[in-house]
Design a protein around this ligand. Structure first.
Ligand code: ZN
Length: 346
């Protein structure tokens, strides 16, 4: 049996590496709304298709010294890193959960976490395919594997998954609403002051070009009159991809900058959907615990980043993922510990 376990450990490591290779494709393509199936893998620089023997997880990167065989362009280390992380996580999940039936849904959730983390760090977005798709998949898994929620019946698994989904998404959503009230920044009127600030951020940009951009934003419906609140930038929650901002050709080059600015003010909707996914898989208790754990790590990282880059916004998704993973492995113990320190039986 010992040999069996060693064998399976190796199997899960390589399975993870292979799946990690696919996750790399998702990480590169999903933020641009591209298919993850077609076309097949090609060099981003010279566009040449990558032969199967140059596409072997982990090994090819090492054999090619991280360079394209054809044009010798450097291949991002991230490819190797994602494959390694996925391989090691699969190994870890197998060792922790063994062949319990919950292993499968947890591995699927893990894949979503990995894609969300890397995309969010790079683009400050979490693809809907991962978050909303993940929430639906978590719900369906819960119907057929109610053990995810410590239940034994189809409908009970679904019910607890739904409650988890609402609790997870709701926690971040409410925090976003509170943030909008507490942090006036998020609800500033689009008066001349904001316009002026917007102008400053868009430097170097001539006044004429800025006025043109402003009109373009209005035309695109990104500046909407919300009655008595005044004009607010409404679209933080709607703008999913930089590509969704469809400016005329004149301003195409500015899309990314505007997009970043639009995203600056509030917790993105992506985080809400990501936490809905966490709740759908893990239930409301562990989802809420993840929600409370995330800021500890997020705050530390945020402070470091602020010192390093003077940027005051961070990708929050990766820290929700970190909170969720800690909850998954240690959540029961943490909740028991908190409960017992308040004398609540649990
Ligand atoms: Zn190449």
């Amino acid at each position: 049996m010992i040999e069996d376990q060693a064998l399976w450990t190796i199997v899960f490591f390589f399975l993870g590496a292979i799946i990690g290779s696919f996750l790399n494709v998702c990480i590169v393509r999903l933020p641009h709304g591209k298919s993850v199936v077609f076309p097949s893998s090609h060099c981003l620089k010279c566009q040449k298709n990558i032969a199967w023997y140059d596409n072997i997880p982990l090994l090819s990167y090492l054999f090619l010294f991280g360079k394209c065989r054809n044009c010798k362009a450097a291949i991002s280390f991230r490819y190797f890193f994602v494959e390694l992380i996925t391989a090691l996580s699969f190994l870890l999940f197998y060792q922790y959960f063994g062949f319990q039936i919950v292993l499968l849904p947890y591995l699927v959730m893990l894949c979503g976490f990995i894609v969300a983390t890397f995309v969010d760090f790079e683009h400050r977005i979490i693809p809907d395919e991962v978050s909303m798709g993940g929430a639906v998949v978590g719900f369906v898994f819960s119907l057929f594997i109610p053990q995810l929620h410590g239940q034994d019946a189809f409908w009970k698994g679904g019910l607890w998954s739904l409650i988890g989904l609402l609790a997870g998404g709701g926690s971040i959503y409410v925090m976003g609403l509170l943030g909008n009230v507490i942090i006036p920044r998020s609800r500033r009127h689009l008066d001349e002051i904001l316009k002026e600030e917007f102008f400053q951020v868009m430097q170097p940009l001539s006044k004429e070009r800025f006025d043109g951009l402003w009109k373009e934003l209005e035309r695109c419906g990104y500046l909407v009159d919300k009655g008595e609140i005044g004009n607010v930038l409404p679209s933080f929650w709607e703008v999913k991809r930089a590509e969704d901002l469809k400016f005329g050709a004149d301003f195409a080059g500015l899309q990314k900058k505007v997009y970043k600015l639009l995203r600056m003010d509030t917790m993105g909707g992506g985080d809400v959907k990501l936490m809905a996914m966490v709740g759908a898989f893990m239930g409301w208790k562990l989802a809420l615990l993840s929600f409370f754990l995330a800021p500890f790590f997020g705050a530390i990282y945020g402070m470091i980043e602020k010192l390093r880059t003077k940027e005051s916004t961070i990708a929050y998704g990766p820290f929700l993922v970190l909170g969720a993973l800690i909850s998954l492995f240690k959540g029961g113990e943490i909740i028991r510990w908190i409960a017992s320190s308040y004398g609540i039986p649990y």
